[in-house]
Each structure stands twice: as structure tokens, then as C-alpha cells.
Design a protein around this ligand. Structure first.
Ligand SMILES: [Zn+2]
Length: 314
């Protein structure tokens, strides 16, 4: 049986000791241990032969819900020399942690995410829930695992967060801000341009902190102001001709003002250049004068270029 939390239930005869040799703590596997057959859940991603590129596993962790994870102390210690120290009361490379099962107070789907981060493997195969991902990251400091290092911009977990950021932008932004994973907050902010800010809860605001809340508000203000400024100036009039005089050109100026007022009023700040273009292009249809048409087209191109250049992230 496999599940999204990434473990399988195996039926082991008690004489078949999982490798490495273990002394199972009574609080996890009794009373079944009295029987000859007992059911042990073993992580599908961290079973004894899950990582053949490495030497045999030498450390056995058990999650709060009783799933075993066979891991390599050297991989964990590479992530942090103090990994799990506060939880286990000593350095992980102490020989006494080679012959015992180490209880970790996270449930298996969360420990699974943490270990994927430590091994720099994407947790995508297990489709962890957003809450498990958040809890996993929140627990890292408790295990002396440096969040900033495990979530550096090239890491598998960072890339996984980016892949789901369009679905949960605010939750991931808050998490990133809280742990000061700046690049993740920056990248995620691009998905928050049209986020209904009035729905931010007090808890979210507290957790992200004043600095990131201010950055997020500033980003919107900057884009809104930029959009207004970019659209502010109507196409410049040309010297009046017999066919196209002051009155005709005045009509175009008015049409531009109306169209841009509508765009600004209606604007989503994630307004794409395509939507912007399709709001302005129709203006060219009502223009007969070829010089006006040319000036208008140049003005639209300029608007698109300038809007593309406006910052999309904090
Ligand atoms: Zn004209």
C-alpha cells in the first residue's frame, strides 16, 4: 500500500530485523512486538535500499505516526552539523545513534518533506499537501536545519514551491517572508499582483511581518502609479492638415483619455501586455488620418514596452 505521505506498510516477521540492526522503542511498536508478525510502516522514499548511490544507511528515524525512515547520517550532517541535536540530545554522529531508532516528533508526510529537502530531492512524487509542506518548513529550525540553505533558489524544494506558487501564492509568500527566504518571497510576489489584499488575515500579516507586508503594498502602489503614468499622455497631435485638423485630432485625444481611464479603473495589476494591447488597438479603427494612425500605433507600442518593464515582484 502506498500513499501520498510516502510510506508502505510491510509485514515483517520479528526475526527479520530491518537494516541497520535496531532496538525498537516500546512506545512505537508495542504491543504488536509481542507477536511473531507485526506491521511496520517504512517510508517508500527512505527504505534501506532507496539510495543505491550511497553507502548503506546507518541511521533510522521514526516519525510521530510510526513510519520508519532509513537515512544516512553523513547526508543529514552535511545539511547541518547540528541536525536534530536538540531533539535527540547529542550530535547525530555519536555512535549511540547508530544502534537505535530515533523518534522525530513530526508526522511522516512532514518528515518526508524535510528529508527530501535534506537530500535535495523533489517531493513532487508524493504530492504533499500545502499544510504538510508549511509544517515541514516550520519545523526545520526546531531540528537545527537551516531553512535558508535547504530552500536556496536552486534547491529541489524551492523549485517545488515555485511550481505550486500560482495555486497558493499568499500562503507561500507568508511562509517565505516568515523564514526570510527572500528569493522565494520575491518570485512568489509575481503571483500576488491581483490578490485581494483585504482578505489578508491578521495572522498572515503578523507572520509575514511589517517589512514584507510593506513591500507587497508598495509593489501594488508602484504598478498602479506606473500604469496611470504610462497611459497619462495621449498621442501628440500633428500639424493640422486639410483632412485632419484640430477638431479631428481632439476626438482622438478624447478617445484615448476614455480608454485609458477605463483601463486604470478596471485594471488588474497583473494586466498582461496582451490585454492592454487589445484594449487600446480598437482606437486605431476609428482613425481615418494616416498620420494620426501612425502616431497612435507608436504610442500604443510605447505603452506596451513601458508596461512590460514595470517591476512585477517585490
Ligand atoms: Zn491626423
Amino acid at each position: 500500500m502506498s500513499s501520498s505521505s510516502g510510506f508502505e506498510e510491510h509485514s515483517y516477521g520479528i526475526s527479520i530485523s530491518p537494516s541497520p540492526q535496531t532496538s525498537l522503542p516500546s512506545n512505537y511498536l508495542t504491543p504488536d512486538l509481542q507477536d511473531q508478525e507485526t506491521t511496520i510502516s517504512v517510508s517508500t522514499a527512505f527504505h534501506p535500499t532507496a539510495h543505491p548511490q550511497f553507502p548503506p544507511t546507518d541511521t533510522l528515524l521514526v516519525s510521530a505516526d510510526g513510519v520508519l525512515f532509513y537515512v544516512h547520517s553523513f547526508v543529514i550532517l552535511k545539511a547541518s552539523a547540528f541536525a536534530f541535536e536538540t531533539t535527540i540530545g547529542g550530535p547525530l554522529d555519536d555512535p549511540r545513534f547508530r544502534n537505535t531508532v530515533i523518534p522525530v516528533p513530526s508526522v511522516s508526510p512532514e518528515l518526508n518533506v524535510i528529508l527530501h529537502a535534506v537530500y535535495d530531492i523533489s517531493p513532487a512524487n508524493h504530492s504533499p499537501t500545502l499544510q504538510h509542506l508549511i509544517n515541514a518548513v516550520d519545523m526545520m529550525p526546531n531540528y537545527s536545519l537551516p531553512v535558508g540553505r535547504l530552500l536556496h533558489p536552486d534547491s529541489s524544494l524551492f523549485l517545488y514551491f515555485m511550481s505550486i506558487a500560482p495555486l497558493h501564492p499568499m500562503e507561500i509568500f507568508v511562509l517565505a517572508a516568515h523564514h526570510e527566504i527572500h528569493q522565494l518571497a520575491v518570485n512568489t510576489s509575481a503571483h500576488l499582483l491581483s490578490y485581494p489584499m483585504h482578505t489578508i488575515t491578521d495572522e498572515q500579516a503578523d507572520r509575514m511581518g511589517a517589512a514584507y507586508l510593506r513591500r507587497l503594498l508598495n509593489l501594488r502602489l508602484t504598478r498602479f502609479t506606473a500604469l496611470k503614468n504610462i497611459l497619462l499622455h495621449a498621442p501628440l497631435p500633428h500639424a493640422p492638415s486639410r483632412k485632419c485638423g484640430f477638431v479631428e485630432q481632439r476626438r482622438l485625444t478624447r478617445a484615448w483619455a476614455l480608454a485609458s481611464a477605463y483601463i486604470v479603473w478596471d485594471s488588474r495589476l497583473d494586466l498582461s501586455t496582451y490585454s492592454l494591447q487589445s484594449s487600446l488597438e480598437p482606437l486605431t479603427e476609428d482613425v481615418d488620418c494616416s498620420i494620426c494612425k501612425e502616431i497612435l500605433q507608436a504610442r500604443i507600442d510605447d505603452v506596451i514596452l513601458r508596461w512590460t518593464a514595470v517591476e512585477r515582484t517585490i
